[in-house]
Write a protein that binds this ligand. Structure first.
Ligand code: UT7
Length: 321
């Protein structure tokens, strides 16, 4: 039997942290007190104008490849989860393949599931590996959400940031990803969207992120609790067997409510959003890598990763690390 295991993790945050006070100094009508009490976010990173998602993805990928102890040309599949690709095409994954100097003809494509994107990409990569068609995948979440924020909308612009996280997922005789579940309900698309596009050389519609925060909040707490329960049930284990819950890093209150519903104490929940904000598809692999590098998450631990985002999409995976 072929299984898929995480062999290495990496992440990257661009530039210096931008604090809540820095946002106030830049003229945004907000306060550190409001942002921290409503979201738990204290700072975020914002990429320079000449840095794209493919650059952030490349830096995170290099660290994951090094941690996995392999070479770039050992990678035969690259999946990048992003809602902020460098271009309409080629895919960000193809650009990352080029920037890493990979010339082995492996597959490369993007996945678009907004903040659930990493869980979607991980689950797709797992299926490729378990089928035997590919041996070693780079699964990356990379975003420059600062480019799609309306900086005059204080209800959204203070919540998001830029960054990337990556894992190397490889074929193994030992189980790694034990269960996964992916879901979508497109009827909820108006509550979180960027309702614009490019056609005939012009922006058509609205190119900025729009969100009904309270509707998103309620939806997120419900589906994150449900989907984590679903992957535990698939594997026939309960929440007590999880060493770490690694949720999408959007809002500390959503994370606390989800953990409570699952019966997982906050001491076993990885939270990193205070210093990078909501980085959409990058948030889970960023938190995963920080947990590894800080020594919290160690080989042999069992984790649940879970995400929810625009679409609406949501998903989770149960993983033996
Ligand atoms: O990846 C998934 C993406 N999204 C999320 O996870 C977001 C989910 N939702 C949330 O996290 C919360 O709904 C928010 C943090 C977005 C907002 O928190 P809230 O407790 O739902 O606040 P609210 O939208 O009800 O706004 C409360 C007040 C309003 O003022 P009034 O009408 O009560 O006078 C807003 O105008 O807070 C005001 N407000 C702000 N004040 C200072 C909104 N944004 C700000 C701000 N600074 N940045």
């Amino acid at each position: 039997m072929i299984y898929a295991r995480i062999a290495g993790t990496g992440s990257y945050l661009p530039g210096e942290p931008v604090s809540n006070a820095d946002l106030v100094a830049r003229g945004i009508d907000t306060s550190d007190e409001w942002i921290v009490s409503r979201s738990g976010i204290r700072s975020r990173h914002l990429a320079a104008a000449d840095i794209g998602s493919s650059d952030l993805a490349k830096f995170a990928a290099e660290r994951a490849i090094e941690a996995a102890g392999c070479e770039p040309n050992d990678i035969d599949l690259i999946i990048v989860a992003t809602s902020t690709p460098d271009y309409i095409f080629p895919s960000t994954a193809a650009l990352v393949q080029s920037k890493l100097g990979i010339r082995n003809g492996g597959a490369a494509f993007d996945v678009q599931a907004v903040c659930s994107g990493f869980v979607y990409a991980l689950s797709v990569a797992e299926k490729f590996i378990r089928s035997g068609s590919h041996k070693r995948a780079l699964v990356i979440g990379a975003e420059v959400f600062s480019r799609i924020l309306d900086w005059s909308d204080r209800a959204t612009c203070v919540l998001f940031g830029d960054g990337a996280g990556a894992v190397v997922l490889e074929a193994s005789e030992r189980p790694g990803i034990l269960a996964s579940a992916l879901h979508a309900d497109g009827s909820h698309h108006p509550i979180l969207c960027v309702p614009g596009g490019v056609a005939s050389g012009q922006v058509i519609g609205d190119p900025f992120l729009r969100m009904d925060g309270q509707a998103v909040f309620k939806f997120a707490v419900k589906v994150l609790g449900d989907v984590a329960g679903e992957v535990l049930a698939q594997a026939g284990v309960d929440a007590g067997s999880i060493d770490w819950l690694i949720p999408h890093q959007a809002n500390i209150r959503i994370i606390q409510a989800t953990a409570k519903r699952l019966g997982v104490p906050m001491e076993r929940v990885v939270t990193t959003l205070d210093h990078h904000g909501n980085t959409s598809a990058a948030s889970i692999p960023l938190a995963l890598d920080e947990a590894v590098r800080s020594g919290q998450l160690r080989p042999g631990h069992r984790i649940v990763v879970e995400g929810v985002g625009g679409g609406f999409t949501w998903g989770a995976a149960l993983i033996d690390f």
